[in-house]
Design a protein around this ligand. Structure first.
Ligand code: AMP
Length: 225
């Protein structure tokens, strides 16, 4: 049996992690776990966690580590994640990364690789300010680069497209600041563990996808050796 792939997709907001995860899910039959999506679902359902998380999210700040670690840990223990997963948006701090390691170690597992989709700040701002998402499933569009067939309607499920509260310009600036301060140190962290793989995220989404697939295919070979 093939060894499991426990992957982290990593990069600034707007790097295209969601877009790529969507494609990779089809390729590799791995569950795609986005802490941002999980939190937005909690906010929509007005759960206790959602109520606690909302003000941090609206400001573009990180939700406190203890809340995130508990939520992600629970998700990773579910049956569909036992043969591997693709994480998007977690871990985002060194404390979260060490908590992830402990959680996986308790199951006799480890992170296979962290894939950094690298995109410079100016490009992030351009992408996020034009981003629109569908209210139903979070499918992504861009008013300029990837518009829907019909204005403000999702091609995939017909639901309404909106701008996320945290894609407003002032909030984008804060999210980038938080990324550089809190999340960027994880590049060194995974580099030092020999797990970081870099991918140029400025290229066409199909090229980025091809590059990620090639990296994952190589990892799979290495894991099976
Ligand atoms: P995302 O969709 O990944 O950009 O996440 C949206 C927002 O959810 C972030 O700006 C944070 O407020 C919050 N969030 C998502 N994942 C995490 C995490 N791992 N740690 C802390 N906050 C998070």
């Amino acid at each position: 049996m093939a060894a499991e792939l426990n992957l982290i997709l990593f990069g600034p907001p707007g790097a295209g992690k969601g877009t790529q995860a969507e494609r990779l899910r089809g390729d590799f039959q791995l569950p795609f776990i986005s802490t941002g999506e999980m939190l937005r679902a909690n906010v929509r359902d007005q759960t206790e966690l959602g109520l606690k998380a909302k003000e941090f999210m609206d400001a573009g700040d990180l939700v406190p580590d203890d809340l995130i670690v508990a939520m992600a840990g629970e998700r990773l223990g579910q049956d569909d994640a036992l043969d591997g997963f693709i994480l998007d948006g977690f871990p985002r701090t060194v404390a979260q990364a060490t908590a992830l390691e402990r959680k996986l170690a308790s199951m006799g597992r480890r992170v296979t690789a962290a894939l950094l989709i690298d995109v410079p700040d100016e490009e992030v701002i351009r992408r996020l300010s034009g981003r629109r998402v569908c209210v139903k499933a979070g499918h992504n569009y861009h008013v300029e680069f990837d518009p829907p067939k019909h204005d403000s309607v999702c091609d995939q499920d017909g639901s309404r497209l909106i701008q996320r509260d945290d894609d407003r310009p002032d909030v984008i600036a804060n999210r980038l600041r938080v990324y550089h301060e809190k999340t960027k140190p994880l590049v060194d962290y995974y580099d030092s563990l020999g797990l970081m793989r870099r991918i140029d995220g400025t290229r066409d989404p199909a090229d980025v996808h091809g590059h990620i697939r090639a990296v994952i295919a190589t990892l799979r070979l290495e894991e099976n050796v």
